[in-house]
Design a protein around this ligand. Structure first.
Ligand SMILES: O=c1ccn([C@H]2C[C@H](O)[C@@H](COP(=O)(O)OP(=O)(O)OP(=O)(O)O)O2)c(=O)[nH]1
Ligand SMILES: [Mg+2]
Length: 145
């Protein structure tokens, strides 16, 4: 399934978001600037792009596993939600979770990945009692660890 997504490059020197392999779900996003993150520090970094998604779609900003595993860098609000109507620059809220080492990322580094998905719009109907289910209200580790 493919969907047309309009993209505006706010920084024409950065590459278009790109899928590294056919079949990848996430298209890599690039840092618009250098950033240094001290241990525990976070920063909002632009990606130099704005998009227009069709109604019924959203895009989700996910961390990259390589940055997470190698450097401890992830996203504070993973996954970030990009609404179909959002026309501003897509930004990434990075955090360095490492306890000891600072991390330096450069302009043009791939800092996150964008997953475009269909999303349903809920019509919320208030009721006094919800229909029964096998799980019921069990959660939060109810099946064990
Ligand atoms: O990682 C993210 C998350 C969000 N956004 C942009 C797109 C999204 O449509 C908008 C608002 O995001 P969200 O609804 O998560 O933030 P909010 O704190 O609820 O802000 P608002 O009151 O503007 O909805 O910010 C990003 O660029 N990157
Ligand atoms: Mg919101």
């Amino acid at each position: 399934m493919s969907v047309e997504v309009l993209i505006q490059r706010l920084d024409p020197e950065l590459p278009m978001p790109s899928y590294a392999h056919p079949g990848d779900a996430g298209a890599d996003l690039y840092a618009v600037r250098d950033v240094e993150l001290l241990p525990g520090e976070r920063a909002v970094v632009g990606t130099g792009i704005a998009i227009a998604l069709p109604d019924g779609y959203a895009a989700f900003v996910h961390p990259r596993s390589g940055l997470a595993a190698r450097l401890g860098v992830t996203l504070v609000n993973a996954p970030g939600t990009v609404d179909a109507g959002y026309r501003g620059e897509i930004k990434v809220t990075l955090i360095n979770t490492d306890a000891k080492d600072a991390v330096r990322l450069r302009r043009g580094d791939r800092i996150a990945q964008l997953v475009v998905q269909r999303v349903a719009k809920a019509a919320f109907h208030e009721v006094d009692r919800l229909p029964g289910s096998v799980r019921g209200a069990n959660g939060f580790g109810s099946t064990g660890t």
